[in-house]
Design a protein. Structure first.
Length: 448
């Protein structure tokens, strides 16, 4: 085990000579084995433990165990206690995500303060395989299939070469004491369910499952490297930068082997999500002029190019994933959204209320300020396009009134100019089965 440990560190270039490592120790068998291997290898290290205070006295006994282990190994010990449940509630996170966030933030802070070069965690091959299976189940691209990486920034994982069984065998051979966390056996959490129920079934199909899965992960990492290499070549050919605009050639994009995937990789750094990319792809063969918005950028489908420009509207763009998120505060009032079954038999014409066919809408909806160049198909104009600026001119809106105008957007199309005009494409019809009723409630001052 020690020889394989040293070989893996050298092969993956994890720790250079003279570098000191902060080893994250939980009291479990994995981190206990890691600490003993560090000592046997003669590597410089200190130990750090997080007490998440989730298991009462058992959490305190874990901390005491790691402290005594550090004393026995003759290394410095660092510890911290967290009110994990309070942090999770305050940040609206799951307990597991909150614990992970607290852990890595504190470990990095401690690494810097102690002068350590690296942080070592005790993830092993089984953890990496479980991560791949979890990501695959949830849905992911190629980057979700590379498993846990040996190096990520200042974090190294020197046990990734070993299976859980090998870790346990080493602990038994060395007669090492460690503590068991009973929560690892429950199937309450998705990862534990994969570990305790899914992996054993796969191992029945292939007794060498861990070994072959590890080899597959390595090949997928190589495939990812080739993917990134090809993508960088395509970016150089597809993109052109003009001042503050990024232009993506639509013809060249269509001629790539996988246009949708290439476009997602080009646009995701600008905050555009997978659903938006699918909508942009669908818009390539339509009329030019469609506009798509991310939190910090906007994309215009022009005649021959997709034009991406920065949009300084931070905090003003709201994505609506569910109507339960209403009411939504606007500069001059609030917006309420309500789902209703069926088609209304009668409704009063009122610019402050829009009845939209819910099945024609694509979530997430986007609520944003209007932009120069915005066009839509006003209700009652037979599908003709019209600029918002013309609508404002007809309504004799003042400059300040125009600054407060918001549009409700679906799939890159304006569905409603809030409080002013509905778009023809999203109106209710005889075929409507569900409605979204959007109501703008202006502030009293706005009506004066």
């Amino acid at each position: 085990m020690l020889a394989a440990f040293l070989h893996f560190i050298e092969e993956k270039k994890l720790i250079a000579a003279g570098e000191k490592t902060l080893v994250a120790a939980s009291a479990g068998v994995d981190s206990t084995v890691l600490c003993h291997l560090f000592r046997q290898a003669g590597l410089l290290f200190e130990m750090a433990h997080c007490n998440f205070r989730l298991r009462g006295d058992a959490s305190d006994r874990d901390e005491l165990f790691v402290k005594e282990l550090a004393g026995g190994l003759g290394v410095r010990f660092h510890s911290v206690g967290f009110d994990t449940l309070e942090h999770a509630a305050a940040q609206r996170l799951s307990v597991q995500v909150a614990a992970r966030q607290l852990r890595y933030e504190w470990l990095e802070k401690t690494r810097t303060e102690t002068g350590c070069h690296l942080i070592a965690t005790a993830h092993h091959l089984d953890d990496s395989i479980e991560t791949v299976l979890y990501n695959f189940t949830k849905g992911c691209g190629i980057r979700g299939l590379h498993g846990i990486l040996p190096v990520q920034g200042s974090i190294v994982r020197p046990l990734l070469f070993a299976t859980k069984e090998q870790v346990l065998d080493f602990a038994k051979q060395e007669n090492l004491a460690y503590r068991e966390d009973e929560s690892n056996r429950t199937v309450k959490y998705a990862r534990n369910k994969i570990r305790n129920e899914v992996v054993p079934v796969l191992a029945q199909i292939n007794p060498a499952f861990q070994r072959t899965a590890g080899q597959t992960i390595e090949r997928l990492r190589d495939a990812e490297a080739l993917y990134d290499y090809a993508l960088n070549k395509l970016k150089a050919d597809l993109q052109e930068i003009r001042e503050d605009e990024l232009l993506i050639s639509m013809d060249k994009l269509r001629n790539t082997p996988a246009p949708a995937t290439v476009l997602f990789e080009l646009l995701s750094p600008f905050g555009f999500n997978g659903d938006q990319v699918a909508q942009i792809m669908a818009a390539l063969d339509g009329q030019p002029g469609k506009l798509f918005i991310s939190p910090e950028y906007r994309l215009l489908v022009d005649r021959s190019s997709l034009v991406v420009t920065p949009e300084k509207m931070e905090g003003q763009i709201i994505q609506i994933n569910d109507t339960a998120e209403s009411p939504i505060r606007l500069p001059n009032g609030c917006l309420r959204l309500e789902q209703k079954p069926g088609r209304p038999v009668f409704f009063e014409k009122n610019d402050d209320t829009a009845w939209l066919d819910l099945d024609k809408l694509r979530f997430p909806l986007v609520l944003r300020p209007w932009l120069p160049g915005d066009v839509f198909q006003p209700l009652g104009m037979g599908g003709k396009h019209r600029k918002l600026q013309d609508l404002f001119s007809d309504g004799k809106l003042t400059r300040f009134q125009k600054e407060n105008v918001r549009v409700l957007e679906s799939g890159g199309e304006i569905a409603w100019v809030v409080g002013m005009r509905l778009d023809e494409r999203f109106k209710v019809s005889d075929l409507t089965e569900r409605c979204l009723v959007a109501t703008f409630e202006p502030d009293n001052f706005a009506n004066q």
